[in-house]
Design a protein around this ligand. Structure first.
Ligand SMILES: *Cc1c(COP(=O)(O)O)cnc(C)c1O
Length: 226
């Protein structure tokens, strides 16, 4: 599809859809941030999106992002990079050096490792807690019933800057239920940020209050390898 090979015009279409979805639910479109998910795509695919003025990106692998983004940051100012994939303890140092926001704080061990690294390097990144809204055994994330205590411990004991929650709904379920659940948990914890919605369902997520939608395929086309 030629349409899929033009990330800049895809970006414009996604931005227009975001505006429409926000306005349709009485929200200011400026309150919805588009995280362009560039995982598996190389610099030549990403540059048109940077040239179009976009600066907010998501990557799900620390190693890949650490290889790709320093050179892009040298050429374009104001880039903000979100980690949206699972974080291992031995990658925490590199993740903190590479990313601007960690969206996937999903267990106490990682929360502690992040706190230690922030302390060590004097850099405190905003963090989101990943919630396993579908309570899927194979999926990362804090179970919904444990989020309140988890957030509290992260804040009070570890001093983490927890700004919001993120979720990846189960593939075979109505995402709206999961977006509603995430919004409810965020609300009762006083968390403003809700990172939810991907290419297939970002409009729905906006209806349920998403402040960040993570969109890959609809901008960059199908991923070269998976
Ligand atoms: C890959 C990925 C996305 C983007 O998915 P698309 O369906 O390509 O838009 C969003 N969030 C996470 C956590 C991802 O890993």
């Amino acid at each position: 599809m030629t349409q899929m090979s033009d990330p800049a015009s895809n970006l414009a279409m996604v931005q227009a859809d975001i505006r429409k979805a926000a306005e349709a639910s009485g929200r200011n479109p400026k309150t919805v941030n588009l995280v362009a998910v560039s995982k598996f795509h190389d610099a030549p695919s990403i540059i048109p999106v940077l040239e179009a003025g976009h600066r907010l990106f998501g990557e799900n692998r620390v190693q890949e992002a650490a290889g790709k983004w320093p050179a892009l940051r040298d050429s374009y100012t104001g880039i903000a990079l979100h980690l949206i994939g699972p974080l291992q303890s031995n990658k925490v140092k590199e993740a903190v050096a590479t990313f601007d926001v960690i969206e996937t704080v999903d267990r106490m061990k990682i929360a502690r490792a992040l706190a230690t690294e922030f302390e060590r390097c004097g850099r405190q990144l905003p963090c989101y807690v990943q919630v396993n809204t579908g309570e899927e055994p194979q999926k990362a994330g804090v179970p919904p019933a444990e989020v309140d205590a988890f957030v509290k411990t992260c804040r009070t004991e570890l001093g983490l800057d927890i700004q919001g929650l993120m979720c990846i709904p189960p593939v075979d379920e109505e995402p709206a239920l999961h977006f509603a659940l995430l919004a409810k948990i965020a609300e009762r914890n006083g968390l403003a940020v809700k990172s939810m919605g991907m290419s297939a369902d970002y409009q729905t997520a906006i209806t349920f209050g998403a402040t960040h939608v993570r969109v890959g395929t609809a901008i960059f086309g199908h991923r070269p390898e998976q």
